[in-house]
Design a protein around this ligand. Structure first.
Ligand code: C2E
Ligand code: MG
Ligand code: MG
Ligand code: MG
Length: 281
């Protein structure tokens, strides 16, 4: 009987495993299909400069307009793209499209583009960025590349060298989701970043959790003493905006300022914000 149960369990797991592998293969084929059918789009979320109290840039955020499943968010397909080796192709498209969009925006608007840590594992990232800059004709200083702390884990000299080469192209580099990774502060002076983006989890709690407020305060101090500017992510309310402003953040991003939107809408939004008088919070 025990033996039978064992066999039953074995078959159960085997079936389960097969089903999962099939699902994954389907998802992978779907992703490949989406790429070749151009189902991907970039949305743009405004970034408000608190010094000038004006929108001075946008973060490009990837969206998958799936014919059956609707709009899919990047957290639902980037990991898959990373696992099945499609991130290079997808990531290159994002870089090209991000630069192309920047070229269609006013010259004082910058565009931030997210890079997957896995794009650093492959040669050609620097070439891809250089080609995208050239193709679009966009001024390199108008492009910012966002990386996460994991790119610099394990004392990775190759990645630091890649960052140096990207920096030499004239783009700026931001450290995204700061405070959430397996951070070691030692990497902060190994490469000259331009910006730190404080993860939205600290902003979410900034008014009700003194710990979060203190962390934001410490990050701003650390960043400013290293000569970096700071963006607060995930600002959803007027009170949060006032708080991060009070802590000395240089710019803010979040639903309170504006949701991610198609390029055409972003163009209209910056046009409007220029026409209207902006009142300080
Ligand atoms: P991220 O780079 O930290 O981007 C910010 C995320 O926060 C975006 O989610 C944005 O929509 C969301 N967000 C903005 N304001 C608020 C707010 O006020 N409240 C809350 N709760 N969320 C807010 P999204 O677009 O779903 O992207 C999720 C993550 O996927 C991004 O986090 C980034 O890590 C990754 N991602 C997005 N686009 C790309 C891409 O083109 N390439 C790569 N490699 N990763 C991307
Ligand atoms: Mg980002
Ligand atoms: Mg630089
Ligand atoms: Mg972030």
């Amino acid at each position: 009987r025990v033996k039978e149960m064992g066999r039953g369990t074995y078959f159960f797991y085997e079936k389960e495993l097969n089903a999962r592998m099939q699902a994954r293969r389907r998802a992978e084929a779907d992703l490949r299909d989406g790429l070749s059918r151009q189902q991907f789009e970039l949305y743009f979320q405004p970034i408000l400069d608190l010094q000038r109290f004006a929108v001075t840039g946008a973060e490009a955020l990837l969206r998958w307009r799936h014919p059956e499943r609707g709009m899919i968010s990047p957290s639902d397909f980037i990991p898959l793209a990373e696992q099945c080796g499609l991130i290079e192709q997808l990531g290159s498209w994002v870089v090209r499209e991000g630069c192309r969009a920047a070229a269609q925006l006013p010259a004082d608007i910058r565009v931030a583009i997210n890079l997957s840590p896995m794009q650093f594992d492959r040669p050609g990232l620097v070439r891809t960025v250089a080609a995208a800059l050239e193709e679009s004709g966009v001024e390199p200083s108008r492009i910012e590349l966002e990386i996460t702390e994991s790119v610099l884990l394990h004392d990775n000299d190759v990645n630091v060298a890649t960052l140096d080469e990207l920096n030499d192209l004239g783009v700026t580099i931001a450290l995204d989701d700061f405070g959430t990774g397996y951070s070691s502060l030692s990497y902060l002076h190994r490469f000259s970043f331009d910006r730190i983006k404080i993860d939205h989890s600290f902003i979410r709690d900034i008014l009700r959790n003194e710990g979060s407020l203190m962390i934001v305060r410490a990050i701003v101090m650390l960043a400013h003493s290293l000569g970096l500017v700071v963006t607060a992510e995930g600002v959803e309310t007027d009170e949060q905006l006032a708080a991060v402003r009070g802590e000395g953040c240089d710019s803010v991003q979040g639903y309170y300022i504006g949701r991610p939107m198609p390029l055409a809408d972003f163009q209209v939004a910056i046009g409007n914000s220029r026409g209207a008088s902006v009142t300080a919070a």
